[in-house]
Design a protein around this ligand. Structure first.
Ligand code: SAM
Length: 254
């Protein structure tokens, strides 16, 4: 146990995760801002700059939830090329409630109708609806730590990417600096569950989120998993954001 929270057995992890995101879907975007003080926006913007999308880039955004990465991606293409008509985004997520919020946001942003962003239900561990070698860029933001079999997720990413395509994962990391680490742990285990309770009336879901961050492999270990799946990395394979509170891991399928 850690702060009274029991570790989730693998056999029920998937149903717990779907319950958590079913609970938080409506408050999800607000809570991200509240919990991170808006910093998640900077991390996501940085992810898009790292992708540096081309005019016709196709993106598969897995665990794409309410569309945060997808809309930023299309906006970046539009700003850079004057139109996002050539680009496309396919959002896959396991949770229908998150997808529904995403579809509504798409409509509100003017991506409704015959648009180049689609939302569909699917599991990151087996993307059976996505053909081999079919996408330019694969993103998974704050999603992979919720998956039961991380190695299967990376393998699927490798399969669906075209040769030359890039895998990018934005995820919470582990903080090495001891001073920052102790501040961060206090914040995670005390402040976040309390905010979950007061803002979303749901302490348990946010306690789960904190626990899932703590259990995820640290950056060097995760980078090795990506390398072992066949990806070619630049340098050590990741970039720390905000002292390693988050990190962007990436690799090319060459
Ligand atoms: N990418 C979005 C963002 O950055 O705002 C959403 C991140 S949210 C923290 C995590 C998402 O992962 C949830 O929408 C959840 O439903 C989804 N998820 C969890 N397990 C999954 C799986 N095995 N396959 C696909 N999506 C999954």
């Amino acid at each position: 146990t850690h702060f009274g929270f029991r570790t989730v057995p693998e056999s029920i992890k998937e149903s717990l995760v779907s319950q958590v995101f079913g609970n938080v879907a409506k408050n999800y975007d607000l809570m991200n801002d509240v919990m991170s003080g808006g910093v998640h926006r900077l991390w996501k913007d940085h992810l898009i700059r790292t992708i540096a999308p081309g005019r016709d880039t196709s993106l598969l955004d897995v665990a794409g939830g309410t569309g945060d990465i997808s809309f930023r991606f299309l906006e970046n293409v539009r700003e850079t090329y004057g139109t996002s008509a050539g680009a496309s985004v396919r959002v896959v997520d396991i949770n229908p409630a998150m997808l529904e919020v995403g579809r509504e946001r798409a409509k509100a942003l003017g991506y409704g109708g015959a648009s180049n962003v689609t939302f569909e239900e699917g599991n990151a561990e087996s993307l059976s609806a996505v053909p081999d070698a079919s996408v330019d860029v694969y993103t998974i933001a704050f999603g992979i730590r919720n998956c039961t079999h991380v190695d299967a997720v990376i393998r699927e990413a490798y399969r669906v990417l075209k040769p030359g395509g890039r895998f990018l994962c934005l995820e919470f990391g582990s903080v090495e600096n001891p001073v920052i680490k102790s501040i961060y742990e206090t914040y995670s285990f005390n402040v976040i569950p309390a905010l979950g309770e007061f803002v979303a009336n749901d302490r348990a879901s946010y306690l789960y989120l904190v626990e899932s961050i703590r259990k995820f492999p640290p950056q060097p270990e995760f980078a090795k998993m990506i390398r072992d799946a066949g990806f070619t990395q630049i340098g050590k394979g990741w970039e720390d954001l905000t002292f390693g509170v988050a990190a962007i891991h990436s690799g090319f399928k060459l």
